[in-house]
Ligand binder design. Structure first.
Ligand SMILES: [Zn+2]
Length: 691
């Protein structure tokens, strides 16, 4: 019955050449994409056929003359779009990991088409009528919990897309969507242009005292690129605080850089303040149209926090602790500086203090952190001890780049679990930073096991030389592998609910939890050995490394909380209450004052005019979510320690209750069931030494 439904009657995959590498499921183990057969020109026809095929499948489901059943509607939707999914997962992965001009051009072309494709599905009235009918009968359908969850997810997705609205309201919604899309693009472009026009030009090298020779030559090169030979250019980073403030001795220059940073996109040619007021108003109107009290209520309904008040409460608790820690640190900085530190002084004196206290340099640590040893004897070892996983490297499978390593992952009983791809080195065409991605999502309905990848950007050493890591790099490896575990240990039926398909404020939980093993003595002793002598990392040195990492956490936590609170504050306003463009900054500071968290030396990590997460990316009203996830992660770490640490028994509990569950149940309920109560900020405050 279901197989018949998945064969669309109108458009067929027949339009796609059978030689196209996406035409059929991959015959490779775990359906690993056949990278050796994929060429740039294969994507566009596969996308086109994949969208046509899915729309035909959806038309079949929506037009089915039989009354709606869970199988002929919801399960049928889960089975639809397999071709599109195959090409889209490979493409979206490789556009970040291994892109070229042809892929970037295709991305510009395909992104709006994919958005329109989604609208076709979610604004299909006949399809929604079937989902809605099933939802109304949900108590009588005798669904297992995961199936019920799937039905509820689909239903809410349709509602949030506006399926319930009348024709005139849907027109208004589409108009607002377009307006919002245009404003977010405008915002991003203004940030880029204002950032680059705000770069600081220095004409006397003496002012740059404190920078390293490498930084000086890169600043000189940046100036030459702007046709300013003989000058030095300091580019602005996205955040309020600029990294070079930690090193520059010249106080006047520090202040100049700081002011350039905070004045970005505030007035002038690339002004964002007007864009923001229009955007926040449009979002508020959109939320009201869909029946929500505010945009924040709309954005958080679907998250673990569920409503803005819960997120604010957590931020307030951590913010209060962070402010106390920051005031203590400020007193020490003032003693060192001889005056009260201003925002442009903080990082400089904090760095002086850090050097006084933790007198070691990275060069002493790095020989103990050799990449391969950290992966196999650290990251894989912890996963073996906790979850019983075994890893076997395979050299017989195609990869998209020769440096990528492939590991077959098996369970304690030897049964195959997943494929893990480790893509560790920086190269042209690879996006910066570190991330995890899926090539295949686990689903028992589709008989698929996970294929996941970790991407990092370590500089590749000369042939024959080891790859030596900093402690931050080691933490990044554990972090990304925590995401990988969330994908690989997934054991759910429906692809929609698989692995990392969880809310923003939950998705960074397994990854931040897994970080803890990077500093756990039982694990560190196993991987941190000198790459030449095999000598273990001295315990005192490890302690210093960790303490230096926790140094200045008051600053980092407070600047984050401030930004997250202003985000929640502005997105709770009704459309009529949005301040005028010239009142936005006053609004920010009032929001912090009323919460007792305005502290002049530590400004928000982002001021509104350059806060890309919330005015351009997908984090509007949800910037809090990184910290929320971290609370869950630290609570879990405390639970593990209270139950005996690195043991199979603890790993099994976590696997059964969290890591295998994807979104088969609402994540806040999964957490409560595991932890035995609501999230508690205590362990995070301790982990970050904010108490
Ligand atoms: Zn992450």
């Amino acid at each position: 019955m279901l197989a018949a439904l998945t064969m669309g009657s109108g458009a067929r995959a027949a339009d796609l050449s059978p030689d196209n590498p996406f035409a059929k499921p991959s015959a490779l183990p775990f359906e690993l994409p056949p990278f050796d057969r994929i060429h740039d020109q294969d994507y566009a026809p596969a996308f086109k056929a994949g969208m046509a095929l899915q729309l035909a499948e959806i038309a079949n489901i929506a037009g089915n003359p039989e009354p709606a059943t869970f199988d002929n509607t919801v399960v049928a939707m889960e089975r639809s779009g397999e071709l599109l999914n195959r090409v889209n997962l490979a493409f979206s992965n490789l556009i970040s990991a291994n892109s070229d001009d042809a892929l970037l051009t295709l991305e510009t072309d395909i992104t709006p088409k994919l958005a329109a494709h989604e609208d076709e599905i979610y604004l299909n009235a006949k399809l929604f009528a079937r989902i809605d009918a099933l939802y109304d009968q949900r108590d009588r359908l005798q669904l297992d919990p995961e199936s019920r969850q799937l039905l509820e997810r689909y239903h809410i997705d349709f509602l949030r897309a506006g399926a319930r609205l009348g024709a005139a309201e849907q027109r208004k919604l589409r108009r607002l969507n377009q307006q919002i899309a245009a404003l977010t693009t405008k915002f991003r472009q203004n940030v880029l242009k204002a950032g680059s026009s705000g770069a600081i030009v220095v004409d006397d090298v003496a002012q740059l005292d404190g920078l390293s020779p490498e930084q000086l030559s890169s600043a000189a090169a940046a100036a030459r690129e702007r046709k300013l030979p003989g000058h030095w250019l300091i580019a602005l980073q996205n955040t309020t605080t600029q990294p070079w403030l930690a090193q520059l001795k010249n106080r006047a220059l520090r202040e100049r850089i700081y002011r350039a940073s905070i004045e970005r996109a505030r007035g002038g040619k690339y002004d964002n303040t007007v864009v923001i007021t229009r955007l926040v108003r449009a979002r508020a109107e959109r939320a009201r149209l869909l029946g929500y009290a505010s945009y924040a209520a709309y954005a958080l309904e679907d998250q673990t926090a569920q409503d803005p008040a819960a997120a604010e409460k957590l931020l307030q608790q951590i913010g209060d602790a962070a402010l106390r820690a920051a005031r203590r640190d400020a007193a020490e900085l003032q003693q060192l500086a001889g005056f009260a530190p201003q925002p442009w002084d903080w990082q400089y004196y904090a760095e002086q203090l850090r050097r006084q206290r933790y007198d070691f340099d990275d060069a002493r640590i790095k020989p103990y952190f050799e990449l391969n040893r950290v992966i196999e004897d650290g990251v894989f070892y912890a996963a073996h001890e906790l979850y019983g996983l075994n890893f076997r490297e395979r050299h017989d499978l195609p990869v998209y780049e020769p440096d990528v390593r492939v590991f077959e992952v098996s369970d304690a009983d030897g049964s195959p679990l997943a494929l893990f791809l480790g893509d560790y080195y920086a190269r042209d065409g690879k996006q910066g930073g570190a991330w995890m991605d899926n090539f295949v999502n686990q689903s028992t309905l589709l008989g698929q096991k996970a294929v996941v990848a970790n991407h990092l950007n370590f500089p590749k050493p000369e042939p024959g030389e080891p790859t030596l890591l900093s402690f931050d790099d080691v933490i990044a490896l554990f972090h990304e592998f925590g995401h990988a575990l969330h994908g690989m240990l997934s054991n759910v039926r429906y692809p929609y609910l698989s692995g990392t398909s969880v809310p923003n404020d939950f998705v960074e939980y397994p990854s931040q939890f897994n970080e803890m093993w990077a500093r756990e003595p039982a694990v560190v002793a196993h991987f941190a050995r000198h790459y030449q002598t095999g000598e273990p990392l001295p315990a005192a040195l490890l302690e210093q490394v960790i303490a230096s990492q926790q140094f200045d956490e008051g600053f980092r936590a407070l600047e984050y909380v401030e930004a997250a609170l202003t985000d929640l504050a502005i997105h709770q306003l009704p459309a009529e209450g949005v301040p005028a463009a010239d009142q936005l900054l006053a609004f920010e500071s009032t929001a912090l004052k009323t919460r007792g968290l305005d502290y002049a030396p530590i400004p928000p990590r982002y001021h509104f005019p350059y806060f890309l997460h919330i005015f351009s990316n997908d984090y509007a009203a949800r910037y809090y979510s990184y910290l929320w996830s971290e609370v869950l992660a630290r609570d879990t770490g405390a639970w593990i320690h209270a139950h005996g640490g690195l043991t199979r028994a603890n790993g099994e509990v976590l696997r059964a209750k969290i890591l295998s569950r994807g979104r088969s149940e609402e994540p806040q309920l999964l957490f409560r069931d595991f932890y035995g109560g609501p999230p508690d900020v205590g362990p995070l405050i301790e982990y970050r030494r904010l108490q």
